[in-house]
Design a protein around this ligand. Sequence first.
Ligand SMILES: C[S@@+](CC[C@H](N)C(=O)[O-])C[C@H]1O[C@@H](n2cnc3c(N)ncnc32)[C@H](O)[C@@H]1O
Length: 184
Amino acid sequence: MKSIIAFSHQLLKDIIQNGDVVIDATCGNGNDTAFLSRLVGKTGKVYAFDIQKQAIEKTQVLLEKNNIENVELIHAGHEQVSHYIQDQTITGAIFNLGYLPHGDPSIITVPETTIHAISSMLALLKKRGRIVIGIYHGHLGGTTEKNEVLAYCEQLDQKKYQVLQYQFINQTNKPPFIVAIEKK
Ligand SMILES: C[S@@+](CC[C@H](N)C(=O)[O-])C[C@H]1O[C@@H](n2cnc3c(N)ncnc32)[C@H](O)[C@@H]1O
């Protein structure tokens, strides 16, 4: 069975092609941004958001190290996506909720802006496109965000979207899980 990270990548790898436009909604240390960059290739584009300067700088360093040039780094909240992407559709997006690994654990994603961003990205999503959300909820505030994001995803119209949950149910200490939304 694939780990949470490996499965989230697989869900995106299955649908993203060269030339596509995609979003890393929480770039953090930049690992998912670099992964998406390879999937879309030189003719594609990755928009990568984070509210922390430290995350943008770390991602920038990783991109430079790997000679990656198809990424636009955006030092702003993902809930502002419609200010940055207007005339394009996206094939995929990834969110990793929670706090920056090795960073300040008090700076976390919060339900209101997370749900606003998911909703805005669904409007930009192509048919068969996917939004993959890694729900890390072991921290303070994590349970509230998990519950609100799940409630939002559960009420999405099944005629328009398929919503998947991927979770190891015998692990202790609030393990992360994935929710993935595919547009029909
Ligand atoms: C779990 S980390 C992301 C890890 C990242 N995917 C990686 O590979 O390192 C969550 C990130 O979300 C960022 N964040 C919190 N609120 C945000 C918002 N409204 N918009 C964009 N990023 C946000 C945090 O600053 C943090 O870097």
